[in-house]
Structure formats: C-alpha cells, structure tokens
Write a protein that binds this ligand. Structure first.
Ligand code: DAH
Length: 344
C-alpha cells in the first residue's frame, strides 16, 4: 500500500494539464468526494499499526502535492489565457515588416551625384537661407537688375513684421557656386544638390519648393566643347539618350548661356505629348561662367575659365518615371511612394 501511495506522489508531481477540463478531471480523480484520496484514507484503518505512521505521512504528502498541483496549474492556465488575450497566439508567425522606400527625389538626386562622381565631381552644399550677395549680387545680378524678376523670391520676415531684403530663401543652388569659389581655388569640379524656394503659384508643373543640382567646373583652358561633352555624357548615363542640342539663352551668371535639350524621340503618344510634337525636351540651363562672377569670388578670370549648369531634380524625375504632376512629390501618398520600393 505504501509503495502505491509513493508511486501516486510521483505521478501527481509529474502531472500537467493544458486545459481547464483536464485539470478538473485530475482534481476529481484525486481530491473529489469519491476520489482516490478518500478511498486511501478509508484504507488507513486496515494498515498494520507499525506502518501507520509512514502511511499517514505519505497520504498527507500525496494530498498536499495534489492540492498544490491543482492550484499551480490553475494559476498558470489563468495567466496564459490572459497573455493570449493581450498578445494573441504567441506561436504564430511574425507579421511581415513593411519595407519603406526612398523618395523619388532622393533616388534621382543620388543617381545624378553618382554619374558626376564617376568623372571627378565632388558634392558641395550650402545654406537654404541665403544673403543677397550669394544668391544674386555675386552672380552678376546687382540690385535692380531686371533678371532678378526671373525668380520670385521669398524674403525673410524679421521680428516686427519687417522684411529683410538681405535675407532670403535661396531661389537656386547657384548660390553654392559662389560659396564654393570663395573657399576654394581651381581646379574646381563640384556639384551642389539642394532645395530651393520660389514665390510661385503651385500647379502641376511648378511648386514653391523644389530641388536643383548645380554643376561647376573651373580650371585653365576650359572650353564650351568641354561643357557640351560633359552634358552629353550625363544625358547618356541618365536617360540613355545620345543626342542633345544647346540653344542660345540668357543667364546673368554665364556668358555665353544655353538651354540644354535632349532628343527624347517620338515613339509613343506620351512622347508626342511631353515634347509637344517636337521630340525635344529641355532639361537644364548652362554656360561659361561670366568673368565677373569669377572676379566676385576671388578667382582670376585671366588665368581661369569654367562652365556651370543647373537642373531641376523634379523635372528629371518626372521624365524618368513619367510622373504627370509635380505636386505628387509632396503629397506623401503611400500609393505613389510605394511604387519606388524596388529602387535603391
Ligand atoms: N540657376 C538657374 C535657375 O535656377 C539654373 C542655371 C542656369 C544654373 C545656367 C547654372 C547655369 O549654373 O549656368 O534657373
């Protein structure tokens, strides 16, 4: 009998239940009013007197073990259902992590940087809040120069509601040219990507905030042919198009100046629409840096010459990805942004 009780103690201490029903069956089996313990206690009087002490102790141990077991399992079942209601099924596979994507402006900016890096251009940056000198005057745009009207400017409001005409949001990244030349002597090969601001009405084609990349190359004997060759290399790498033309134009900081068109082609209906039936697309402005600008930046124009160019990143991105409206870049619509997931 004693051995049987000892076996039962081992059995009870190893018991486990994963549901409340299983636990209840166990409880009834051992501790119920018709349970095993009741029967065993009833046996007590039949046990030999010299064994009674051990038997009694064993019985008490069995009872205690069973009672503790029921309590322990009940508490743990209670906790795990609580956990379940908080965390759900803890063994389920994890939720897929949503991957973000780079913004198309960053993608295109990085591509442009990479193309120019390969031919030795470094990246330089300047402040978005500029002074009149770096944004206008040093670039051959003195006060009252009519070409200042080409770029509607946001001036910075001072305390008291007055506008400070010397402090403004840069209207182009050409201001970084000036800052770079002030600090570095030729040879200079740098591109300056950045955000620019213009007080313009927002439409499908124009925004008051957009991005530009400025390019600057200054050395001895730099010619217009060097400029054209560099731009041809760029359009080949960026768009896979190998025909460009330079149309005479005007910018105060370059002389001569030109607009760069690439031959996009007329294969599809979209090509007709975006090139207005000509096959040609304007992508940037460029020219030979005006000697006055070099002088303003302490570079000797009798020794050095150079070229500069400037393009809008949004415009390039719109062409590359056939984005019909510039406002889409700033709306943060996930359906738009998610389309750039596969591009790094
Ligand atoms: N800064 C001009 C603009 O914002 C773009 C530009 C044109 C930059 C010609 C240049 C350049 O460096 O040579 O419209």
């Amino acid at each position: 009998m004693l051995d049987k009780v000892k076996e039962l103690i081992v059995e009870v201490s190893h018991f486990n239940a994963s549901t409340k029903e299983e636990l209840e069956t166990f409880r009834i089996k051992y501790l119920g009013s018709k349970g095993l313990l009741k029967d065993l206690f009833a046996e007590f009087k039949n046990v030999d007197a010299d064994l009674r002490k051990d038997f009694g102790q064993a019985l008490n141990t069995l009872k205690k073990t069973a009672e503790e077991k029921v309590l322990e399992i009940a508490t743990s079942l209670e906790n795990s259902t609580e956990e379940k209601s908080i965390y759900g099924d803890l063994t389920r596979p994890a939720e897929p992590i949503e991957l973000g994507s780079r913004h198309p402006i960053s993608i295109v900016k990085n591509q442009i940087i990479e193309v120019f890096n390969r031919i030795g251009f470094t990246v330089s940056e300047g402040p978005e809040i500029e002074d009149d000198w770096h944004n206008f005057t040093a670039l051959n745009l003195p006060e009252y120069h009519p070409a200042r009207d080409m770029q509607d400017t946001f001036f910075i409001e001072q305390a008291g509601g007055k506008f400070n005409s010397d402090l403004l949001l840069r209207t182009h990244t050409s201001s970084v040219q000036v800052r770079y030349m002030e600090k570095n002597q030729p040879p200079i090969r740098t591109i300056s990507p950045g955000r620019v601001f213009r007080n313009e009405d927002i439409s499908a084609r124009a925004h008051c905030i957009f991005h530009q990349v400025e390019g600057l190359y200054i050395d001895t004997n730099v010619s217009f042919a060097d400029l054209k060759q560099t731009l041809l290399y760029f359009t080949k790498e960026m768009f896979g198009k190998s025909k460009i033309r330079l149309r005479p134009s005007y910018f105060p900081f370059t002389e001569p100046s030109a607009e760069v068109d690439i031959y996009w082609g007329l294969e599809t209906e979209i090509d007709y629409r975006i090139t207005k039936g000509t096959g040609w697309l304007e992508i940037m402005g460029c020219g030979m840096v005006d000697p006055n600008v070099l002088k303003n930046c302490n570079i000797d124009p009798t020794k050095y010459s150079g070229y500069a160019f400037g393009m809008g990143i949004e415009r390039i991105a719109m062409l590359l990805y056939q984005i019909p409206d510039i406002r889409m870049f700033y709306e943060n619509d996930k359906r738009f942004l998610e389309q750039f997931k596969s591009i790094i």
